[in-house]
Design a binder for this molecule. Structure first.
Ligand code: FRU
Length: 498
């Protein structure tokens, strides 16, 4: 049964959502039906289709009492809109239905697990959250919150755990039919931890162990965890708040962290390495699923919390998801490649090989804003080039620059001149692996974003740009001389209904 609060959201989105023209949205990145979107939630397969829920405030382009919006897809690229799934309509979630996960129950129904937030007061009278985990069960469109909610609350925390920061259950079903969830928590030292819980039926949950702790090393509170086996390793991902950079790894504020190690039912999780997940400007709260064909696929909110107030005037939707990425672990590092389904939308191939580049040039057939382009750059001989710049979304006034410096081994994203009239963070520089001055960059552009995949997925860097669509030129420039190959496809989603 749908509550008045949920019905109001559903009426609102169905009345006003269709007023937003498709041409004013990305061609293939997920966006909210209307209003605000943040974290991906419940990214999972259900009855053969991929469902994606999201943190949603339909009534404005700002964060507000959280609902769950709902999309589904068959190919990770064309999204079908479904009515809002959850609304803050109970005492235990009156301040919001925060992030969570989804899994299929043995009887074929879909289980959603989310954080119910209530406002309370701390000992000194300040307003604070009380966060607890809740479940709702449904058929892929309509969900009923269970009478036993919340199913996990302060009483289920390990010693020292805080009920003010206890959120974002990521759920999965084990092969033996039982369920597990990882949940973010703040511990007595003020920093984060990831807790593991288990359940036979998805309704009654018990604490298993703390999987890993921040110990004030990687930011503070650890939000939005995920935990999965991949290529013989175990991967724990989380989005830490209040991070400080370590050299060029991580960046200040809300960052992402991928811990790779081993998991043993007796000993728990042993961490072997730590790295950022995305090295660009806009990426947070990733969630993964295991596809029926065994691929581990990740999607994230393509936005930075610190820059959410910088948005185009009057926009009626705000927030995009990244392109879903296929994950693997190679040589102890997380590798990310665009989902292979993207290749089905490639059209109008243009190839240029062994092009010497020194001054700024453009090449026949290389332009556009919705495309998939791979650029390989290498030295012409023993004499090295000093830098190489690719400018995209360019016209007389605008450009977004991807710059490689082989001497420093750095790649830089620069959207200073992308057209956003706000003084926000516009550049990010990160280290890439040195390969004798050669670099391979796969650049995926959609109308309002670019995602760069470095050296076949060794690193990924995402950024939102709001440059006007007419700015479609692409140029190449080198300090010194470099040799370049370019292979470019337009991505054509026109006329293909979900
Ligand atoms: C992360 C986050 C989550 C929370 C949600 C609220 O972006 O802060 O921890 O569940 O957003 O919208």
């Amino acid at each position: 049964m749908s509550s008045d609060v949920l019905q109001r959201a559903r009426d609102f989105e169905s009345q006003y959502g269709p007023h937003i023209p498709d041409s004013e949205r990305p061609a293939f990145h997920a966006t909210p039906t209307i209003g605000w979107m943040n974290d991906p939630n419940g990214f999972s397969f259900y009855k053969g289709e991929c469902h994606l829920f999201y943190q949603y405030h339909p009534y404005s382009n700002e964060w507000g009492p959280m609902h769950w919006g709902h999309l589904k897809t068959r190919d990770f690229l064309r999204w079908e809109r479904l009515p809002a799934a959850l609304a803050p309509d109970r005492d235990y979630d009156s301040a919001g239905c925060f992030s969570g996960g989804a899994a299929e129950l043995p009887d074929g129904r879909q289980l959603l697990m989310y954080t119910g937030v209530q406002r309370g007061h701390s000992a000194d009278g300040f307003l604070q959250d009380i966060q607890a985990q809740c479940v709702a069960i449904g058929d892929g469109v309509n969900y009923e919150k269970v009478l036993d909610n919340p199913v996990l609350d302060a009483g289920d925390l390990p010693e020292g755990g805080s009920a003010v920061d206890f959120r974002d259950p990521k759920l999965w079903r084990n092969t033996d039919g039982t369920f597990c969830a990882v949940i973010g928590n703040r511990t007595a030292d003020g920093s984060g931890a990831i807790l593991l819980y288990q359940s036979r039926d998805g309704l009654k949950w018990e604490f298993v162990r703390t999987l890993d702790r921040c110990c004030n090393q990687y930011g503070k509170m650890w939000e939005c965890p995920d935990f999965f086996p991949l290529d013989g390793k175990q991967v724990l991902i989380t989005s830490p708040q209040d991070m400080s950079p370590v050299g060029l790894e991580f960046h200040a504020g809300n960052g992402t962290l991928c811990l790779i190690g081993d998991y043993d039912g007796e000993k728990g999780f042993t961490r072997q390495s730590a790295q950022a997940i995305d090295y660009g400007l806009d990426f947070y709260a990733p969630q993964t699923l295991e596809a029926p064909d065994g691929r581990r696929i990740m999607i994230a909110w393509m936005q930075n919390w610190d820059t959410v107030n910088a948005k185009p005037y009057h926009c009626r939707w705000f927030g995009q998801m990244t392109l879903p990425r296929e994950l693997s672990v190679e040589n102890g590092r997380l590798i990310q490649r665009p989902v292979r389904e993207l290749e089905a939308y490639r059209t109008r191939r243009v190839v240029h090989k062994n092009i010497p580049v020194s001054g700024e040039i453009n090449l026949p057939g290389i332009q556009g804003r919705v495309l998939d382009m791979t650029v390989t750059v290498r030295p012409t001989g023993p004499e090295r080039y000093r830098w190489f710049r690719i400018r995209v979304a360019k016209d007389g006034e605008h450009e977004t620059i991807i710059r490689y410096r082989p001497d420093q081994g750095t790649l830089k994203l620069d959207r200073v001149r992308s057209g956003l009239p706000h003084d926000i963070v516009h550049t990010r520089t990160f280290l890439v692996r040195y390969r004798e001055g050669e670099i391979k960059l796969r650049i995926v552009l959609d109308r309002y974003s670019l995602e760069v995949f470095v050296n076949d997925g060794e690193q990924a860097a995402s950024a939102v740009i709001y440059t006007r669509q007419e700015a479609g030129a692409i140029t190449f420039e080198a300090g010194g001389t470099a040799l370049m190959d370019v292979e470019k496809y337009d991505l054509d989603f026109d006329g293909q209904e979900a």
